[in-house]
Ligand binder design. Structure first.
Ligand code: URA
Length: 210
């Protein structure tokens, strides 16, 4: 059975996503919104992290607090658009390590081509959050997860902004144990592999390229 797909329908996420979809949104505005949604998605994707008790001294007396226990986190943005989530997530999880996964979509074949990979070596002991705003064909997501698994990762979660039904199906078929968090599931992919209605090319919109 495939792992869960969680659509984060929090009003702040939906509001910001709608602003991002607007073709007239500036590069600066788009980047800021992606960063903010990254924070909000980080909040949701870490909701079930285990806690452990810890005794601390307040200025008044000793008390039992709770702190995050268990495996440490790795953020694994798929370059380049995945980097748009990174700062927002790191501001909430400053101790997380980062794996950079450089994969681009060949514009003709839409296949994933890896050009860079740099990662902490102890992935087997960590929870890995794979980040890419757009889950379109899922070729990049599948290739990135394949690569992270080949380096030992066993506990992975995928976080995106928009997912196409085709991409979700492919990711779940290739990696059925990987749960997904997304702000929306859109209608379909067009003939060029773009999500419809989508928001265009997330990397170009983040960096003002074309
Ligand atoms: N990548 C993007 O940036 N946008 C899409 O719609 C699909 C893939």
């Amino acid at each position: 059975m495939a792992a869960t797909v969680t659509v984060v329908d929090h009003p702040l996420v939906q509001h910001k996503l709608t602003l991002m979809r607007d073709r007239d949104r500036s590069t600066k505005g788009f980047r800021e919104l992606l960063n903010e949604i990254g924070m909000l998605l980080a909040y949701e994707v870490t909701r079930d992290l285990p806690l452990e008790p810890v005794i601390i001294e307040t200025p008044i007396e000793a008390t039992e607090g709770r702190r995050i226990a268990g495996k440490k986190l790795v953020l694994a943005p798929i370059l380049r658009a995945g980097v748009g989530f990174l700062d927002g997530m790191l501001s909430l999880m400053p101790a997380a390590r980062v794996s950079h996964v450089g994969i681009y979509r060949d514009p003709e074949s839409l296949q994933a081509v890896e050009y860079y990979f740099k990662s902490p070596s102890d992935l087997a002991d960590r929870t890995v959050l794979v980040l890419d705003p757009m889950l379109a064909t899922a070729n990049s997501a599948v290739a990135a997860i394949d690569r992270l698994k080949s380096r030992g990762a066993r506990d992975l979660r995928f976080v995106c902004l928009l997912a196409a039904p085709e991409g979700l199906a492919r990711l779940q078929q290739a990696h059925p144990e990987v749960p997904v968090w997304t702000a929306a599931i859109d209608s379909h992919l067009n003939d060029h592999g773009y999500i419809v209605p989508g928001l265009g090319d997330a990397g170009d919109r983040m960096y003002g390229t074309r």
